[in-house]
Design a binder for this molecule. Structure first.
Ligand code: PLP
Length: 391
């Protein structure tokens, strides 16, 4: 059976061109980039190229890029670094819909390190309110961390405006752009964020490679203490093959951004329109006017998202649900909870996330099977245990 992979916000397939670019670094170009001979210096030059490719995608300077192991490391580094740079300030602002890489760190800072944390809310469409941020900012706010795009709804937030507000009150601004980079244009010469986290595996580089943008001149403290790699900003021998892969993925994303965004959005809209027309009592979660092109987060009334995933799985169709629950034991995701999505819809939520390798034929296959699956489940009212949403 052919796998139909509609879970690209969870992770993506490594692009064959990325894999090809990485291959020599395992067996031929395996020198240590810090070594004082040509065999090492060549690899250092390959890392420099990847840094330029990454910077080009983001509209920043190469020396503003620090390679890390993942998005979570980048987020943790950014927030910890901002706190270290402003030790007298004890207030942190994030949002209720952040990924655990930010949200759990904020909870940890409040519970164990004496920080005061304010979590901004969202409205029923998952949108943030600039006035709420303005009111939350204080003289002792060290850092504001708001994600560029949400991994469940796909909502794209007003990051430029939020960063400007944070700066008015002297706070640093970090954005978790793990779901946005490679999917929507980002120009850091125009958006005044101080730090930005990205992760390769969300846009066709491998899992286990990330980067952190740190604006030039910003005070910075490394999370890992050790060797002087990454200009002293991230200790540890460079993961050369993966860094090269990330650079290639950035180059591909930049080269194909416009056409890919349009194509993926059309596929997503075809799926969404078809399901809304064919399945009664279906709603779209998120902001229809400001969403990632490939994300469709749907709630089907009177059915469990976990049951839908299990049935889709029988056809080889991969998606995620926003509730780790059964009809009997509902526990919607923190994002749906923050949006106050009524329980009968939250329980039946499924996220489809489309990307580079999806086709219209795959969308049509889902349209052919899913309405029937839901109808059967509604008749049977089965309430099995659901799967948690893939991050
Ligand atoms: N932030 C967001 C919005 C994500 O979706 C993810 C995905 O897992 C992460 C952070 C963490 O990235 P990583 O898996 O590379 O640590």
């Amino acid at each position: 059976m052919q796998t139909i992979y509609l879970d690209n916000n969870a992770t993506t397939r490594v692009d064959p061109a990325v894999f090809e670019a990485m291959a020599p670094f395992f067996t031929e170009r395996y020198g240590n980039p810090s070594s004082a001979y040509e065999f090492g210096r060549q690899v250092a030059a390959d890392i420099d190229r990847a840094r330029r490719q990454t910077a080009a995608l983001l509209g920043c300077e190469p020396d503003e890029i620090v390679f890390t192991s993942c998005g979570s490391e980048s987020d943790n580094t950014a927030i910890r670094s901002a706190l270290a740079a402003a030790p007298a300030k004890r207030h942190v602002i994030a949002s209720r819909v952040e990924h655990p890489a930010v949200l759990k760190l904020c909870r940890h800072l409040a519970a164990n390190e004496g920080y005061d944390v304010t979590l901004l809310g969202v409205d029923a469409k998952g949108r943030m309110d600039l006035e709420e941020l303005r009111d939350a900012l204080r003289g002792d706010t060290a850092v504001v961390s708001v994600m560029w795009a949400n991994n469940e709804t796909g909502n794209v937030h007003p990051i430029a405006e939020m960063a400007a507000l944070a700066h008015e009150r002297g706070a640093f601004f970090h954005t978790d752009a793990v779901q946005a980079v490679g999917k929507v244009p980002i120009d850091l010469s125009a958006v005044p964020v101080d730090m930005l986290a990205l992760s390769g595996h969300k846009f066709h580089a491998p899992k286990g490679i990330g980067a952190l943008f740190v604006r030039r001149g910003l005070p910075f403290r490394s999370l890992l203490i050790g060797g002087g790699q990454e200009s002293g900003r991230r200790a540890g021998t460079e993961n050369t093959a993966f860094i090269v892969g990330l650079g290639k993925a950035c180059e591909l994303a930049a080269a194909h951004m416009d056409e890919e965004r349009t194509r993926v959005r059309e596929l997503r809209d075809r799926l969404e329109r078809g399901l809304l027309a064919a399945v009664p009592d279906t709603v779209v979660n998120g902001d229809p006017t400001s969403r990632l092109p490939g994300t469709s987060y749907l709630s089907f009334g009177s059915v469990s998202g976990g049951d839908i995933l299990r049935e889709l799985d029988r056809y080889g169709i991969c998606a995620s649900t926003g509730s780790a629950c059964s009809a009997a034991n509902p526990e919607p995701s923190h994002v749906l909870t923050a949006m106050d999505v009524p329980l009968r819809h939250a329980v039946g939520s499924v996220r489809f996330s489309l990307g580079r390798f999806n086709t219209a034929g795959e969308v049509d296959r889902v349209l052919a099977v899913l309405p029937g699956i839901i109808e059967n489940l509604r008749v049977g009212h089965s309430g099995g245990i659901g799967h948690a949403i893939n991050p």
